[in-house]
Design a protein around this ligand. Structure first.
Ligand code: ATP
Ligand code: MG
Length: 330
């Protein structure tokens, strides 16, 4: 097996991502919460799955989204952005009653965030299997699964069905655990997580998620966790290490590290999702791990230099320019 064959090629069909599409409104001053009037700016297109797929499309990968928005400008802003960036939006439904989901976010001086969400009580939560979803799954070549959504019943049902369909036609699966360790032990969500780890070709963990996916405690050795994941059938692991960059690990023992880029962070939201979208797209386009990691690190780093969760997602040309102009952290 060469390192080129771990993910289904781009030509098999789009990378599909399923989940929430939100409009995000960001406070322009740092501080605690929203108990007093604060200046805000938005709407920005948002939602972790939407950020992922926007970056995948923007860098030139074939990409498609399944989600739900309201019949309002917050929904239109999202669909227009995804379309602009080359994402197939045929699997996005417009709810005639519920408004588009929203996230209000304010950063505290220490970098923590306060949120007011209207997610599952908005159009975002009104997702189900439709003919449009069936059609896009029937031509998709890869599914990217968000660990944060494994606890959501109707999204899980679509995800499981899409995963089975896409695998059956020779497609592949990636999983970003984005999961807190308490959820691993939570019966149904933990079981779904284990099922997805078992189906995943590529895993994109950060922090403790590597150990969580391997079902080991965090005092285990990284190599032991990787070994266990390869034993489960995972074919590639891209570890996100924030300012320490990222590493690709393959079952044949190859370990490729790429340093992070030195940037001034304006808005950290979306770094992990841009990393993932770029990495999956680049690998599916046939790039070797080192090149995919470099684009993914650049995508994550560039995105945090823009206010708004996906405003800094880069085209290949923008990322090439970013890479040539930006110092690497060692
Ligand atoms: P998230 O909090 O969005 O889930 P994550 O933990 O999944 O993020 P990170 O490791 O924070 O992912 O970010 C992904 C990649 O983006 C990193 O590996 C790094 O290359 C890049 N990146 C993120 N933040 C920064 C930063 N402040 N400076 C430079 N690079 C960054
Ligand atoms: Mg993450």
């Amino acid at each position: 097996m060469t390192d080129q064959t771990n993910l289904a090629p781009d030509a098999l069909g789009p990378t599909l991502c399923i989940g929430e599409i939100l409009a995000e409104i960001v406070a322009t001053t740092t501080g605690e919460g929203f108990l007093d009037p604060v200046p805000m700016v938005g709407p920005y297109p948002s939602g972790a799955p939407a950020i992922f797929i926007d970056q995948a499309g923007r860098i030139g990968g074939s990409a498609a989204m399944v989600g739900s928005v309201g019949n309002d400008d917050f929904g239109r802003v999202n669909i227009a952005r995804l379309e602009r960036d080359g994402v197939d939006v045929s699997g996005i439904r417009t709810d005639s009653v519920l408004p588009t989901g929203t996230a209000f976010v304010r950063y505290r001086p220490d970098g923590a965030r306060d949120f007011v969400f209207n997610m599952w009580t908005s159009a975002a939560g009104a997702l189900g299997w439709t003919e449009d979803v069936q059609a896009v799954c029937a031509r998709a070549g890869h599914l990217h699964v968000m660990g944060t959504l494994l606890g959501h019943q109707s999204i899980w049902e679509i995800t499981e069905r899409a995963a089975t369909m896409i695998k059956a036609r020779g497609g592949t699966i990636s999983l970003d655990p984005n999961m807190r360790k308490e959820l691993r032990g939570d019966g149904e969500t933990g079981r779904r997580f284990a099922q997805m780890v078992g189906m995943a070709d590529l895993l994109l963990p950060s922090g403790d998620e590597l150990y969580l996916a391997a079902d080991l405690t965090t005092d285990a050795r990284e190599e032991d966790a990787l070994e266990r994941l390869f034993h489960f059938g995972v074919k590639e692991v891209a570890i996100k290490r924030g300012a320490q960059g990222s590493t690709c690990a393959l079952p044949n023992g190859a370990r490729t590290h790429a340093p992070a880029f030195a940037v001034t962070e304006i808005d950290p939201t979306g770094a992990g999702d841009c990393f993932g979208g770029a990495y999956v797209a680049c690998r599916r386009l046939g790039m070797p791990p080192e090149q995919a990691l470099t684009y993914a690190n650049a995508a994550g780093a560039r995105n945090v230099t823009f206010r708004g969760p996906m405003e800094g997602a880069g085209t290949r040309t923008e990322l090439d320019q970013f890479i040539s102009e930006t110092k690497r952290l060692t």
